[in-house]
Design a protein around this ligand. Structure first.
Ligand code: ADP
Ligand code: MG
Ligand code: ZN
Length: 475
């Protein structure tokens, strides 16, 4: 009996971050009151005419360039016919045989190996409305109808659920870098159709595939795909036939189930949209967009390891989000200690941002202020306690680190005489702990250090305190 392996191809709908819809001026705000962002065009009224959103075309081309696609200077819009309540025109405007982008690739990293997932195409289309079901009735919210989407289609180049995740993470990061989508999964900005088949290991042929429709969380995609792979592997192992069909993921039951079979496949009757002229792009314009591309995250990571001498782990965390990497690099470039800058960004900065559910652009700390703070720790003006306090103030209110240190009197106390006094007092106030330490209970030293820090209002140089305590207690 031969062994089987899964083969997967993904079609990802990425909502473009435009402020208006694809063919009309309606807003694309999420969570607006139902049917408050609609007009005759996106409601498909007879006689209304679509006007293409140039920003959506630009974003799709920028995305394609980011993914190494070939850009078609001449492409067109087609009508895809189908009849659903959430589709007011009874057709969707999409791109059929002449999409904006062809080929391209996404490099993925998995368990230390890197691989390439080839892309087939990216086309531009409009979203549908949304059916909403109540207890006794159903409604349709057309706010989303006509929202611009890119559909990014891979070759069947993915071989496990984990690889599918790695691909989606990489794709999301690249789209955020390109600045074409907010990639907000909770708001449905990233939705996937998952195509899956199995074949005997070693075979190049493709097996019969099933398609899982419209999955909108990474967790859901992983769970649904894992289930579907197992289902097909079991069928193949028992010699049963796999049917070509569309399946849906039942979250509650944790299974995939038949939605429609090949027999009720749609006849989409694609034809060029007679209301829309072909999209013609100037080569110079595309070249300009290519020149404006940001450095790709993988290349940036390698460069940052080299340029700042930081560990690969740090570089990976920092480049995960472009705005974080930008902030880091600006601070690191004006600091002699780029590793310390990385520590601050990876720990305090990311912690405060996630605790307060903020973007880095909303924090008041500047890269220059962080570099200055690192300098004040390195020249022993600040101990780490006080430095964290200063960081918190910079984050909250902005300003210069040295000004905050001065205003709050946070300069570290290294003055031997003063420290001597604090240490003597801590020992005198806590004879039991001092005794414990002399009896070999080294933990007691931590407690006494804490007392000295308290007496110094957190400003004592901890290293000096420890040395003094040890010498006075005969440690
Ligand atoms: P459809 O016409 O059903 O949409 P396509 O050939 O256009 O199918 O491919 C859609 C997606 O499915 C692509 O991402 C492609 O890589 C993937 N795909 C196609 N055939 C298979 C297969 N046999 N197994 C797994 N994925 C496949
Ligand atoms: Mg399909
Ligand atoms: Zn509209």
């Amino acid at each position: 009996m031969s062994n089987y392996e899964p083969v997967i191809g993904l079609e990802t709908h990425v909502q473009l971050g435009t402020s208006s819809k694809m063919f009309c001026g309606c807003a694309t705000d999420f969570a607006a009151a139902p049917n408050s962002q609609v007009c005759p065009v996106c409601l498909g009224y007879p006689g209304s005419l679509p006007v293409p959103n140039e920003v959506a075309v630009e974003y799709t081309v920028r995305a394609g360039l980011m993914l190494g696609c070939d850009i078609n200077l001449y492409s067109k819009f087609d009508r895809k016919s189908y009849f659903y309540p959430d589709m007011p025109k009874n057709y969707q405007i999409t791109q059929y045989d002449m999409p904006l982008c062809l080929a391209g690739a996404v490099e993925i990293d998995l368990n230390g190996d890197s691989r390439v997932v080839r892309l087939r195409r990216i086309h531009l289309e409009e979203d549908t409305g949304k059916n909403v079901h109540f207890a006794r009735t159903s409604g349709v919210d057309f706010n989303r109808a006509g929202t611009p989407l890119m559909e990014i289609v891979t070759e069947p180049d993915i071989y496990s659920a984990d690889e599918a995740m790695a691909y989606l993470q990489a794709l999301k990061q690249l789209m955020l870098y390109a600045g074409v989508s907010e990639c907000n999964l909770e708001e449905g900005n990233f939705r996937c159709d998952v195509n899956c088949s199995v074949r005997p290991v070693g075979s190049d042929a493709l097996g019969v595939k099933t398609e899982l429709k419209n999955l909108n969380t990474f967790k859901g995609i992983h769970a649904a795909l894992s289930f579907e792979i197992d289902r097909q592997l079991n069928l193949a192992a028992s010699g049963a036939e796999i049917h070509q069909e569309t399946r849906r993921w039942d979250v509650d039951a944790g299974i995939t189930a038949t939605m429609r079979t090949k027999e009720d496949a749609h006849d989409y009757r694609y034809f060029p949209d007679p209301d829309l002229a072909p999209i013609v792009l100037a080569r110079e314009q595309v070249d300009r967009w290519r020149d404006e591309l940001p450095e790709a995250p993988r290349a940036r990571r390698v460069r940052m390891i080299e340029q700042y001498g930081i560990p690969a782990y740090d570089a990976g965390v920092l480049v995960a989000e472009k705005a974080i990497a930008d902030f880091y690099e600006e601070a690191a470039q004006s600091s002699p200690n780029p590793k310390a800058v990385s520590n601050w960004v990876m720990t305090e900065m990311l912690r405060l941002l996630s605790e307060r559910d903020m973007q880095i652009a909303e924090a008041h700390i500047t890269p220059a202020a962080l570099a200055e703070l690192v300098g004040l720790v390195d020249d022993k003006t600040l101990n780490s306690n006080s430095a964290r306090e200063v960081f918190g103030i910079l984050f909250q209110d902005g300003g210069r680190a040295a000004d905050i240190v001065e205003a709050r009197g946070l300069t570290q106390v290294s003055d031997e005489g003063l420290l001597d006094q604090f240490v003597d007092q801590a020992i005198a106030d806590n004879p039991d702990s001092a005794g414990d330490y002399r009896d070999g209970k080294t933990k007691a030293l931590q407690f006494l250090m804490g007392q000295v820090m308290r007496l110094s209002k957190g400003k004592a140089n901890p290293q000096s305190v420890q040395e003094l305590l040890r010498s006075k207690l005969g440690g």
